[in-house]
Ligand binder design. Structure first.
Ligand code: URA
Length: 192
């Protein structure tokens, strides 16, 4: 992780100090032409210290295997696991990232993307989409499967919104859309 090592050390040190939780950094090819950005790590990701290694990660891997996409980089908008106590058991359960977590981690995400400088950034679900669009009302249902021109500090890339793989678990009818959007991503990579 040559190119990203200084940034990653900062994210880890500052993130753990601020939230007192394990920071799960991005993983994969730091020279990737496609970067996938999720919402935040879940329990399995926190345990293993790697993004998308739980159930949603399995669905994502099925898609990338099917499309024969290799050499990817995978990261999250928020790099700690957002939790709340379960009303039933009191044990920590996942919740969406809050404003404090988003405001802390989004500038690091932008630095990460700038350093990798990929052709395409695939946002998975609403959280990373809203982070890039800087619009909390943006919804994935309105813009999935189409590339949008985007830039960070003069570095240009294509933003490609997709549904979150976990949404396919909850809503099986999204599976075909998720696969179709994935197939169209191959064109964006060539043209992007
Ligand atoms: N969901 C995400 O958004 N990110 C992960 O790393 C795992 C599940």
């Amino acid at each position: 992780m040559e190119k990203l090592s200084i940034l990653n050390n900062r994210i880890k040190t500052l993130g753990e100090e601020r939230f007192n939780k394990r920071v799960v950094l991005g993983n994969g090819n730091e020279n990737a032409d496609i970067v996938l950005v999720g919402e935040a790590p879940g329990a399995e990701e926190e345990k293993q210290g790697l993004p998308f290694v739980g159930m949603a990660g399995g669905i994502l891997k099925d898609l990338t295997d099917r499309l024969e996409l290799k050499g990817l980089y995978i990261t999250n908008t928020v790099k700690i696991r957002p939790t709340k106590p379960s009303p039933k058991t009191g044990k920590p359960v996942n919740r969406p990232p809050n404003r404090e977590e988003l405001d802390f981690f989004i500038p690091f995400l932008f630095e990460e993307i700038e350093l990798i400088s990929p052709k395409v950034v695939v946002t998975l679900g609403n959280t990373p989409l809203r982070a890039f669009m800087q619009n909390n009302k943006a919804v994935i249902g309105d813009c999935h499967g189409r590339g949008l021109p985007f830039g960070i500090n003069g570095k240009k890339f294509t933003l490609y919104p997709m549904y979150h793989p976990a949404s396919v678990i909850y809503n099986r009818s999204l599976e075909a859309v998720f696969i179709k959007d994935g197939e169209n991503l191959l064109n964006e990579r060539i043209n992007g």
